[in-house]
Ligand binder design. Structure first.
Ligand SMILES: *Cc1c(COP(=O)(O)O)cnc(C)c1O
Length: 213
């Protein structure tokens, strides 16, 4: 499972979860990541296939690669772990500022628990569909960046769209109606105010009914 952004939220992993430690994540090592699982045999297989297919000796037993984390990246990660509780608080503080400023806009919904019980390095909020139509223009006019982090949803990408699947109403709903807002440690009061006032302007356009899309 893709839990790339889930370093702080991961609690248990019955399904193997891949967590990214890329520089853009809350705990970054540069390039790298890890796999979490409760299946010890599965993890041994992963370790073997990421280390030339060796298992206890120097015989390449299975198809494999060298996917070990470099010593340098591992050292950066260890330093990051030493500092993790302080840096996690900084992410939480920025999230709290955003939550407080946006609380008064009922058309904006945070991911459950985001910035309260877990942090990630992006802030993706779900908007009322009508409001979503206005956000890109309003933010662009004001010079505030947004990101459509989840695109159209993985299931709708060219490489996957013809694959068999069940209905994915939640995935589709989040893909269509979410937006990534500016968010980083040390988010200033002014940054937060700019985001809040842009969202208010988009909400105002919905209320005026200027739904020109
Ligand atoms: C960051 C991220 C990735 C990519 O992780 P890499 O370590 O750069 O490969 C994939 N999926 C999600 C959801 C992510 O947040």
């Amino acid at each position: 499972m893709d839990g790339a952004a889930g370093f702080d939220g991961l609690r248990s992993a019955e399904v193997p979860v891949v967590v990214s430690l890329h520089a853009t994540k809350v705990l970054g090592v540069g390039e790298g990541g890890f796999i979490a699982s409760t299946e010890v045999g599965f993890l041994e297989g992963v370790r073997q296939r990421s280390n030339f297919g060796f298992r206890g000796n120097r015989t390449a037993e299975v198809t494999s690669t060298n996917a070990k984390m470099s010593e340098y990246n591992a050292a950066v990660g260890l330093a990051g772990l030493d500092n993790w509780s302080a840096s996690r608080l900084k992410w939480l503080l920025s999230a709290t500022k955003l939550r407080a400023a946006l609380d008064k806009i009922p058309m904006v919904r945070f991911q459950p628990g985001w910035g309260l019980t877990w942090v990630s390095s992006t802030c993706v909020v779900r908007l009322n569909p009508k409001m979503r139509n206005h956000v890109d223009d309003v933010f662009k006019d004001r010079g505030v960046s947004t990101r459509n982090w989840w695109g159209i949803g993985c299931h709708a990408e060219v490489a996957f769209k013809d694959m068999r699947r069940s209905d994915l109403p939640n995935t589709a709903g989040w893909a269509e109606n979410s937006v990534g807002l500016p968010y980083y440690p040390d988010l200033s009061h002014q940054d937060v105010e700019d985001v809040a006032s842009a969202l208010m302007a988009a909400a105002f356009r919905v209320e005026k009914g200027s739904d020109a899309s």
